[in-house]
Design a binder for this molecule. Structure first.
Ligand SMILES: N[C@@H](CCC(=O)N[C@@H](CS)C(=O)NCC(=O)O)C(=O)O
Length: 210
């Protein structure tokens, strides 16, 4: 398998954590998002959306969308399960994952921030305020109340919820969003930091880290 990603991409970070938790190896192929490599024809042929991650399977199949990729990995290698078999718990896990992937992350994506800067001519301070606002308001502030137990979002082992939360916390810290008022989120962050699978997936650990 080959994972197309970018060290700081939180969506690719989710897939790296999932691969590591499952002990699956994937070659890493960096796509430099700031230089616009995701919009070049060669990459658009892999993902017409021009977004990372893309997981290329050994038979050439191309998978896009981090949550779809992780669902595929969970089916391929069921242990450890990231989406619980219990339907009620699975719905709760997916609710946190989707709150991050559908409601928080798209508002803070590179192309959205570039549009604010380059087309609408907002300055760096405005863009930072936008990011912090949408990260917290109805975002991490709400997820704090959706976390049910310790040490991970839903008990003793990490699920898709933790896999999505940790990269979003990384983004929050990168943009200096205050997290002091979110004790459950900080506790999950501390628990995940103990696991080699999460540590090895951190953006600083990748060949394209800057
Ligand atoms: N919903 C997608 C989001 C993918 C996404 O937005 N990736 C970002 C990096 S985190 C990207 O490639 N951005 C490039 C751009 O904005 O031009 C997923 O979960 O895979």
């Amino acid at each position: 398998m080959k994972l197309y990603g970018y060290f700081r991409s939180s969506a690719a970070y989710r897939v790296r954590i999932a691969l590591n938790l499952k002990g699956l190896a994937a070659e890493y192929a960096p796509v430099h998002l700031v230089r616009g490599e995701q919009r070049q024809a060669g990459f658009l042929a892999k993902n017409p959306q021009g977004l990372v991650p893309v997981l290329e399977l050994d038979d050439g199949s191309l998978l896009t969308q981090s949550l779809a990729i992780i669902e595929y990995l969970d089916a391929l290698q069921p242990e450890p399960r990231l989406i619980p078999t219990d339907a009620l718990l699975a719905a709760k896990v997916r609710a946190i994952a989707l709150a991050i992937a559908c409601d928080i992350h798209p508002l803070n994506n590179l192309r959205v921030l570039d549009y604010l800067k380059n087309e609408l001519h907002h300055g760096r301070e405005d863009v930072g305020a936008w990011v912090r606002h949408w990260l917290l308001k109805g975002g991490l502030d709400s997820i704090e109340h959706m976390i049910e137990s310790a040490p991970f979002c839903f008990g003793a082992s990490p699920t898709l919820a933790d896999v999505c939360l940790i990269p979003q916390i990384f983004n929050a810290r990168r943009f200096a969003a205050p997290l002091e008022h979110l004790p459950k989120i900080k506790a999950v962050e501390a628990a995940c930091a103990e696991l080699p699978a999460f540590r090895a997936a951190h953006p600083s650990q990748h060949s394209d880290a800057e």
